[in-house]
Write a protein that binds this ligand. Sequence first.
Ligand code: NAP
Length: 259
Amino acid sequence: MLTSVKDRVVLVTGGSKGIGKGIASIFAAQGAKVMIAARGEQAAIDACEEIKASGGEASYCLGDVSDWADVHKMVSDTVSTYGQIDILCANAGIFPQSKIVDMDPEDWDNVIDTNLKSSFLCVKACIPHFEKAGKGRVILTSSITGPVTGFPGWTHYGASKAGQLGFLKTAAMELSRYGTTINAVMPGNIATEGLDGLGEDYLATMAASIPLKRLGDVADIGNAALFFASDEAGYITGQTLVVDGGQVLPESLEALAEI
Ligand code: NAP
């Protein structure tokens, strides 16, 4: 049994949908006060309503994680609403598919800014609060795609997700002086709204390529994030946890067929 995160304040970027909503729900179910950040208001309202209907505490703020002024406001909104910020789940991200040959430089910048620059901006905005408290937790949502695997159409995405892990190593050293840990969850294929657009065939092929024979659930990632936020994980920093149902394990199609 992990020590409770009850009454701790967690900012979840991209908390209005998918994995972020799963993280927000898991933390709220444990009694944490959740601030959801996203660009679209209706989904953020709906996510808060869902959490409140289950007896949890949630608010939302709007903004773009690739914009410094917006990120600064997300963090100050969290502190003005709940009085503090204990945990940052820097989760918001996008995964448009485009092969190098077709990709515009602007497409590259958009993915890198949204997925990677945002990690830097969100951590930077939280530092004064972690410094004041002498403690803090950061959990990044990276991916297996980039750091471990590749998939045509996702060079920019893979670079952003591997980049987050490069950021993580040195950030862990810099944040240690504020009593703050930073770790990353590396999801495999998780069933979310964001994956819906990839089509039934993609989802079926993906499930077949996973040893546990199913896509992950958002709660699978929420629980991993909860572990990194727990007191019991207080001596773990700069580390990663792959949560993928064994997807990266098979050496070949033959190995998969042997299961
Ligand atoms: P999703 O269902 O599309 O949700 C993405 C969330 O991020 C939404 O709340 C979205 O809200 C928000 N968001 C996107 N761009 C934003 C921006 N510029 N500023 C603020 N918020 C923004 O995606 P998901 O599948 O849950 O993915 C979440 C994270 O998990 C991403 O970092 C992704 O790379 C990572 N991941 C996902 C999978 C997977 O299989 N699903 C696997 C590995 C890693 P708005 O659009 O309203 O802003």
